[in-house]
Design a protein around this ligand. Structure first.
Ligand SMILES: NC(=O)c1ccc[n+]([C@@H]2O[C@H](COP(=O)([O-])OP(=O)(O)OC[C@H]3O[C@@H](n4cnc5c(N)ncnc54)[C@H](OP(=O)(O)O)[C@@H]3O)[C@@H](O)[C@H]2O)c1
Length: 246
């Protein structure tokens, strides 16, 4: 992999990649997506067909650098999300960085859709967190809490993402990686809680799928400032600072 911006040069190992995506201290929410040249974020309903070896390395480094992985329930279900385990490439990378081997996955679901027998619930070393709202079925919330999920009720009829990010920070989860999907990213931008977009651009055209924000327009456009571009095998790995983070 090579860096094109800000200064050209090689990024030839995991340490170099970790340095390229290092975060300043303090609260931060970054969003990671891979998209085709036409903006499509899935092929046949999943993102895997868009990825590359380099994209998977970036994905792992971003997870290793995060205190928690935030994801919408739609993506967790579509992609078959599993917990971050110690005995995994991400777990080993985290240990090599001097971090705890695991990190919680935080599922955002207005309806508390996560099933109590989902792998995210049954196999998690760092308990999975569910961010939901008071309108979600109380029985489902109670069953998930009994199964070991930390249930955070943030908002009444809808999830209040700003309150959710605050609640996670109170638990020491200050540096968050959001892995989408498009619905959650749109809501997070509208809530003004996103500091960074790490967009991997795949050298292919796919069509037929929503972009990083789906089809809905944001209340106001969010300016983005390009701070880094890496390249490998025709993939561009971009890093943008957003001014929506407040
Ligand atoms: N290319 C990529 O990098 C990438 C990344 C992520 C996802 N994807 C693709 O995107 C597709 C899924 O898209 P999606 O838009 O459905 O994903 P999503 O945002 O992960 O899921 C939508 C669901 O998540 C919950 N949710 C999202 N935002 C919420 C909010 N603000 N408040 C409360 N609940 C919220 C809701 O769950 P409930 O219905 O349970 O309330 C909603 O129905 C999949 O095909 C996936 O492969 C691609």
């Amino acid at each position: 992999m090579r860096r094109l911006l800000p200064s050209p040069g090689p990024v030839d190992d995991a340490a170099g990649l970790a340095e390229a995506y290092r975060l300043p201290a303090g609260r931060h929410l970054r969003v990671n997506f891979v998209a085709a040249l036409d903006g499509a974020t899935s092929i046949a309903g999943r993102s895997g067909g868009l990825g590359s070896d380099g994209d998977r390395r970036v994905f792992r480094v971003l997870r290793a650098l995060a205190d928690a992985v935030l994801v919408g329930h739609g993506t967790a279900a579509a992609e078959g999300y599993r917990p971050v385990l110690a005995d995994s490439a991400v777990g080993r990378l985290r240990v090599a960085m001097g971090r705890e081997p695991t990190a919680p996955v935080v599922v955002v679901s207005r309806r508390a859709s996560l099933a109590a027998d989902d792998q995210l619930v049954t196999d998690a070393a760092s308990p999975t967190v569910l961010v939901t709202c008071a309108a979600a079925d109380a029985g489902r919330r109670a069953a998930l809490a009994t199964a070991g999920v930390e249930v955070l009720v943030c908002g009444d009829d809808d999830v209040d993402l700003r309150a959710a990010v605050d609640a996670l920070a109170e638990r020491g989860l200050t540096q968050l990686l959001c892995e989408g999907g498009p619905s959650l990213f749109s809501a997070a931008l509208a809530a003004g809680v996103v500091d960074e977009l790490d967009l991997s651009i795949a050298p292919l055209l796919a069509g037929g799928a929503p972009g990083v924000l789906g089809t809905g327009a944001l209340p106001v456009p969010v300016p983005a400032r390009l701070v880094q571009v890496l390249e490998e095998d025709g993939y561009l790995f971009t890093r943008y600072h957003l001014s929506a983070g407040g």
